[in-house]
Write a protein that binds this ligand. Structure first.
Ligand code: GDP
Ligand code: MG
Length: 301
């Protein structure tokens, strides 16, 4: 369901009716919310990844999830044109028991139409900022390699988000996962979480001696409670460019399947899940609705 749409005049409209139907449902409203968002440039496999997460979360057998047939959830497709700019949320929250025994619901969020030829920097930054503010895990999806541009963008979006918060002293956002797609340098940094964490260290912690770069890095470190990385290989030509790709695992490269299998529990195992918290307090779905309204209003203009 579309929950936030660009008005075309630089502002955004919250689709309250849709959002209410998801967050204010009787069995959802009072339970803690785990909010997972995927953001980044368009046509880089964000919606596809969310679909895989949905498949994992709804699989009857988690050890065999990737081979299970699943409904198509988020609209992903080949072709170069984008969908409407804004934020989508999967209409059915997924119940989960956290490792401390409490029940919570997972809400999956997709961002669309950012950084393409039709969105302005302001629109793209707003979508990124809002999705970062409202999620407990933001997955920053990039392709090929991490570059200074990606970090500068991240700085810009998080600055937007930080401005929306009154309290700028503490870390405003929770978890960030920098997910690199089509990683080609496995001989230098291995695929998966290990290589991802080395990449993050190199980019965020190794001194460069350059003031400007250090400033960006310090800002990003200061914004998130936790930053992780993960390197995924190219998924194979069927996934990357065939218009007939159905989403079946048989059409994906085996190494890609293997690494997707590693990625899913890393973000979706109960002990890895982070409940959305704002100013240190965990947030229920009902409270999240209020935050959506508040933040969407702040980004009206
Ligand atoms: P989004 O605009 O970022 O949401 O991208 P989509 O999820 O709609 O995917 C766009 C295209 O990229 C589809 O044809 C997918 O099958 C394909 N795709 C999905 N994952 C990957 C990946 O890891 N690498 C490459 N090269 N293509 C991918
Ligand atoms: Mg998409």
């Amino acid at each position: 369901m579309q929950i936030l749409t660009a008005s075309g005049k630089g502002g955004f409209v919250l689709d309250s009716k849709n959002l209410k139907s998801i967050l204010l449902a009787d069995d959802i409203i009072d339970k803690p919310a785990v909010v997972i968002s995927v953001a980044g440039a368009f046509r880089k496999g964000k919606s596809f990844l969310l679909d895989m997460m949905l498949r994992y979360l709804t699989a009857s057998d988690k050890s065999n999830w990737i081979h299970e047939q699943s409904q198509r959830g988020f609209p992903w497709r080949s072709g170069f044109r984008r969908h409407t700019t804004g934020i989508l949320m999967w209409s059915k929250p997924i119940p989960v028991t956290l490792s401390n025994g409490t029940g919570a619901n997972i809400l999956l969020m997709d961002t669309q139409g950012t950084f393409d030829n039709k969105s302005t920097v302001h629109e793209s930054s707003t979508v990124f900022a809002l999705s970062t503010l409202l999620s407990s895990l933001q997955i920053y999806n990039i392709t090929g390699n991490l570059q200074n541009d990606d970090l500068e963008h991240l700085q810009l979006f998080t600055e937007y988000g930080r401005l929306a918060l009154d309290d700028t002293s503490s870390k405003p956002f929770q978890k960030l996962l920098i997910l690199v797609r089509d990683w080609q340098y496995a001989h230098e940094l291995p695929l998966g979480a290990g290589g991802g964490s080395e990449l993050i260290k190199e980019w965020l912690d190794t001194p460069t001696g350059k003031k400007e770069l250090e400033k960006v890095r310090t800002h990003i470190r200061g914004c998130f409670g936790q930053i992780e990385g993960f390197l995924l290989p190219h998924p194979g030509q069927n996934v990357a460019s065939s218009p007939n790709f159905t989403g079946s695992s048989a059409e994906m490269d085996t190494v890609f399947v293997e690494k997707l299998n590693e990625l899913m529990p890393q973000i979706l195992a109960p002990e890895k899940m982070t409940v959305k918290s704002i100013a240190g307090n965990s947030v229920t779905a009902g409270q999240l609705f209020t935050f959506f309204e508040t933040y969407a209003n702040l980004f009206q203009s």
